[in-house]
Unconditional design. Structure first.
Length: 283
């Protein structure tokens, strides 16, 4: 498998499903890449699962940039997408291109932006237009958009009635027309996600949006059981690394306390005559 490009992702529509996961550091990035994950998203869920913050809106641009650099260093083939943090485009939309270029310079192939509307017209459409005009590939994100969840009635399923679903379809069509290369659908009824997927020519990638999307994404720390604070219904835990890691750490602590770690073969040694000289010196 060679380096995955935006064109490869576009071509997968209707042919093969896209596997995407979030990632925040070099070591996991190596594993995701080796496992053949198509798209690695440096998600702003970094705020919750790595930094322990309550809201994704609180993550800073510098934090996202550092983690993007680390992930890009670990990836050879997967497509790296950097999540634009709230502060980089929703606070001052006019600076979005400047920030996005820094992500690209750090090794991201594209950026992701959540749908938002602002009353000063500097909304999602404005931002996406500017980014695409600057030749920066963009992934959209509609449905439950955590950065503005407070405006959506909280962390709730979106598009549950005809009007709300139609509104999501409208957003997807607008994003497609603007030139985004894919759209994340978060917490949307599977029937609505299926309709949207059929209505757009670009791939949809679902999280809590059922099986009919063109691809799926999960938060890495959720699917590996590392983040226990909340467990949304749509998360499938493929391994419980929390339990396994805790057991390994307890084992380590017992070994240290009982002098069982480190063993001789895990230690360095000095030559006999050097040791003898040393001992004579300090006697
Ligand atoms: O930040 C994130 O983890 C995301 C995914 C939920 C798509 O945006």
């Amino acid at each position: 498998m060679g380096k995955i490009t935006i064109q490869d992702i576009l071509k997968k529509k209707g042919k093969s499903k896209i596997a995407m996961l979030t990632c925040y550091d070099y070591s996991f990035a190596r594993i995701l890449d080796e496992a053949g994950i198509d798209v690695v998203l440096v998600g702003d869920s970094l705020a919750n699962v790595v930094l322990g913050l309550e809201e994704t809106r609180r993550v800073s641009f510098g934090e996202m940039l550092n983690h993007t650099r680390a992930v890009a260093a670990g990836v050879e083939n997967s497509l790296v997408v950097a999540d634009m943090p709230f502060v980089s485009y929703q606070l001052r939309a006019s600076r979005a291109v400047i920030y996005a270029k820094k992500f690209i310079a750090c090794g991201a192939a594209a950026v992701k932006v959540e749908w938002f509307s602002a009353n000063n017209n500097k909304d999602c459409v404005y931002v996406v237009k500017k980014l695409i005009a600057a030749n920066i590939p963009v992934m959209g994100h509609i449905g439950l958009t955590p950065q503005t969840a407070h405006l959506l009635g909280g962390y709730k399923v979106q598009g549950k009635d005809m009007r709300a679903a139609l509104n999501l379809l409208k957003q997807a069509k607008i994003l497609e027309k603007l030139g985004v290369f894919s759209i994340v659908l978060e917490c949307v009824p599977y029937q609505v996600a299926r309709l949207i997927t059929k209505q757009v020519r670009i791939p949809t990638i679902g999280i809590g949006a059922g099986k009919f999307c063109d691809g799926q994404v999960l938060v890495l720390y959720d699917m590996l059981g590392l983040y226990k604070k909340i467990r949304p219904k749509f998360v499938r835990m493929y391994k419980d690394l929390y339990i396994q890691t805790r057991s390994a750490l307890r084992h380590y602590a017992v070994d240290v306390r009982h002098g069982k770690f480190p063993a001789r073969f895990e230690s360095f040694s000095i030559k006999k005559h050097e040791l003898a000289l040393l001992k004579r010196k300090i006697r």
